[in-house]
Design a protein around this ligand. Structure first.
Ligand code: NAD
Length: 473
């Protein structure tokens, strides 16, 4: 029955399930759940051929309990107000789960980007930004966009340039958007952050022997077979880092078909093949599945949906042949599918936790932009010389001479090291908080799965913020 619900209603179904396990007043729970504000606007585009197209854009700010609000911008034909509100709500809960001090937001334009030229996309993005400025839906302390499905650092650079041209406060204007190119005040590691965070989260989940045993799996990622749906920013990076962690990526699903090789696919070679031919489907070293949906039903240890919402439904959940679902995309599993998967003993690591790497590193980028200093700049040289002095002392005391290769390993942390260690620490900490909540309820209530535990943690953290604001005694 819940399959007929809209995306936002589905997110609220998950929220309501978790809210039962808290004792906050209904009014406060309603305030946390509701979307604080959203706006829809239309604007004209003069196309390259001289015709006029009308475009629809949205931005929703789900929660102002922390400011600024934060969330990506999506370009897709499926974008509508409900989708944007649902995604904004997921951002609120995600930020709370990983303790990143933002409210949730999301924006989008309803379009198929393959139908527009580069210069049309630039004009669309700049006009969309102008609309956000006019409506006070963007600013370093107000609402800070980032990339999402169908957008990348290129669009973020156009947003940044449009905003800074018009901003009264030029000093902090660089923090108006994250996911910018490195040379335009971006941060090293942001592009890879969501996929990398997915792998840090999976590594942590798979390291707990007791949990793996109950799933019939051995601990660790090594040798686990993986199928990834969506080979864009998140899916490609998740697959790449999984391969580097010695997991075996046996299937990749794209919009036009899937590829399968039970012995493993070389992720970089698949990416190179797509760059050359425009599709993964003709990749030579694999079996080709014409129907991409069939790819979701391939037998594997870990299934990573990294494309869009509503991919695992009550219809296909009974046929999914995996042990663990790692939700890299937002909202890939419907509540009805979630129940079926739980009954079947399939563990789902939820989107609200697992894909939070992007917003975590966006937070680091925002901090770097506001502080106007590259992370690690103050301490790197000092750390370098301290560690080399230590090496020297060990050499003197033991008579052992370190080789050049060994010396290379010793260096002060640079920006990328700090970003990745901050991200890893965030993912590990949040996973244990989530697991602890799940364990607390385990004996009392079997329906508290990882998703519900993550929502419970989010509700507690947001309620605390309202307490600090004096809204809730
Ligand atoms: P993207 O546009 O870079 O890539 C999406 C990929 O999915 C594309 O290659 C597209 O062809 C493919 N795709 C679309 N429909 C498909 C289908 N039905 N089956 C298989 N493949 C399909 O987008 P992205 O940034 O990688 O985002 C993917 C998901 O991750 C979205 O749900 C997004 O909200 C979520 N997410 C993204 C970020 C981020 O930092 N980019 C952060 C958190 C969550």
């Amino acid at each position: 029955m819940t399959e007929k619900l809209s995306f936002f209603q589905k997110v609220n179904t998950d929220f309501d399930k978790a809210a039962q396990f808290t004792d906050y007043p209904p009014g406060l729970l309603e305030q946390i759940k509701i979307c604080n504000s959203s706006c829809h606007f239309t604007f004209p585009l003069k196309r390259d051929d001289g015709t006029i197209a009308t475009l629809h854009g949205w931005r929703a700010e789900h929660s102002h309990h922390k400011l600024p609000t934060k969330g990506g911008i999506r370009y897709s034909t499926l974008v509508d107000e409900d989708e944007i509100m649902a995604l904004a709500a997921l951002m609120t809960y995600k930020c709370a789960i990983v303790d990143v001090p933002f409210g949730g937001a999301k924006g989008g334009i309803q379009l198929d980007r393959s139908q527009y030229s580069e210069s049309e996309l630039e004009r669309i993005t700049r006009r969309y930004t102008y609309e956000l400025i006019q409506k006070n839906y963007i600013g370093p302390g107000v609402d800070v966009p980032a990339p999402d499905f169908g957008t990348s650092e290129t669009e973020m650079a156009w947003i940044f340039d449009t905003y800074i041209t018009m901003a009264p406060d030029k000093l902090n204007a660089i923090a108006c958007v994250t996911g910018k190119p490195i040379e335009q005040n971006g941060i090293l590691g942001r592009k890879e952050a969501t996929g990398r965070g997915v792998v840090y989260g999976l590594e942590e989940a798979c390291s707990i022997a007791e949990d793996m045993k109950s799933l019939g799996l051995t601990p660790g990622l090594q040798g686990k077979t993986v199928v990834v749906q969506g080979f864009g920013n998140v899916g490609y990076h998740a697959a790449k880092f999984l391969m580097e962690s010695e997991a075996c990526v046996i299937g990749i699903i794209e919009i036009d078909g899937a590829i399968h090789n039970p012995k493993g696919l070389d992720v970089e070679k698949v990416a190179a093949h797509r760059a050359e031919t425009g599709s993964i489907c003709s990749y030579p070293d694999a079996e080709h599945l014409e129907n991409p949906n069939a790819g979701l039903e391939l037998a594997c240890d870990i299934l990573v949906p990294a494309a869009l919402e509503n991919q695992i439904t009550a219809e296909n959940a009974p046929r999914i042949q995996t042990t663990l679902i790692a939700e890299a995309a937002n909202g890939p599993t419907t509540p009805a599918a979630d129940r079926i998967l739980q009954e079947r003993g399939i563990m789902v690591i939820p989107d609200t936790y697992l894909n939070a790497g992007g917003v975590t590193v966006s937070y680091f980028e925002w901090l770097r932009n506001l502080s106007h200093v590259q992370l690690g700049r103050l301490g790197k040289r000092f750390e370098d010389s301290t560690q080399h002095a230590l090496l020297h002392a060990v050499e003197k005391a033991t008579g052992y001479q370190f080789s050049d290769d060994e010396r290379q390993l010793i260096h002060g942390a640079d920006e990328e090291d700090l970003v990745n260690s901050g991200l890893q620490d965030t993912m590990i900490r949040a996973y244990h908080e989530l697991r602890e909540t799940r364990m607390q309820h385990k004996n009392k209530n079997d329906t508290v799965n990882c998703r519900t535990a993550a929502f419970i943690n989010a509700i507690h953290r947001i309620a605390q913020s309202y307490m600090q604001l004096g809204i809730f005694p």
